[in-house]
Design a protein around this ligand. Sequence first.
Ligand code: SF4
Length: 352
Amino acid sequence: MVENKRKTAKEIIEAYNGPKLRIMEVCGTHTHEIFKLGIRNIIPEDIELISGPGCPVCVTPVGFIDEATMLALDHNVTICTFGDLVRVPGSEMSLAGARSKGAKVQIVYSPIDAYEYASEHLDEQVVFLSVGFETTTPASCLSVKKAKAVGLKNFSLLTANKTMPSAYKALKGSADAFLYPGHVYAIVGTKLCESLACEGVSGVITGFTAKEIMTALAVVITKLQEGGSFFKNCYPRVVTPEGSKVAKAIVAEIMEDCDSEWRGLGVIENSGLKLKEEYKEFDARIKFHLPEVKGKSNPACRCGDVLQGKCKPSDCKVFGKGCTPLHPVGACMVSNEGACSAYYQYGGNING
Ligand code: SF4
């Protein structure tokens, strides 16, 4: 009797033979892992892996950097920030440039570090640059809750927090299916992805190991060949239908939806989060009466197109020449999760 042997994920991927499929890895960590693990080397030509807008530093608009440098230089505020943001170019300068002009810029690893810095430096006004998706927003909310509880007056947030569901709708049509980042959906749960599938947006949630990513790609390829929109949770050991109730509760308590500007995608309705009215004393824009700022990005930079999967980083004229990790022109080359940085580190001429 001949045994009906099931194909491995690698076999399913390697056996694929047209029509052309476009699969977007939304999260920058996936982009880097796929390069690092050599998965692109086994992807057939008919499958194009494209990088999406899931890197928080990359999607933060130029105007946000301008607001931060304005706070640091014009309002003598101490900026607390994740390290990646320091070298992201603003319209005229980065935070590193502002620091060379005397601005106080502290690198922190979490919003709670910024809260603690403010508690220990009561003579300084401290602003934390609150960027990130569903994974990092709960900690920002916790820092504000703690600050309010103890009546801390010298701490506030400059918010650019984003949520992914509306961005997927804006990206609809730019890929045949999405690889959804497992850490985000560990917080938000799977219901959103299920509803996206009902609206024609297909995707699978996956983790970050070679086995998990390969399995997810094999599932995407199989499901796309079957036809129709779909959703599959390929990371069930971490992602549950409900997500993290605790993390969602603190965000719902402190923040509310707002429209948000994304680099390259423009303003997307209800795709961001801002502090609620009862926490406005911790909103740096209100506290320091910041004017509305329209940032100007370098015209040579194609980060916007890269983030929408309209071009590969290596299609940008200054990639690897005028723009390198040491001398970045755009955010996608600065961030550890950026697509341009991944292409630069792991080989910009790799197909797809
Ligand atoms: S290579 Fe540099 S300039 Fe070009 S899109 Fe990427 S970050 Fe922008």
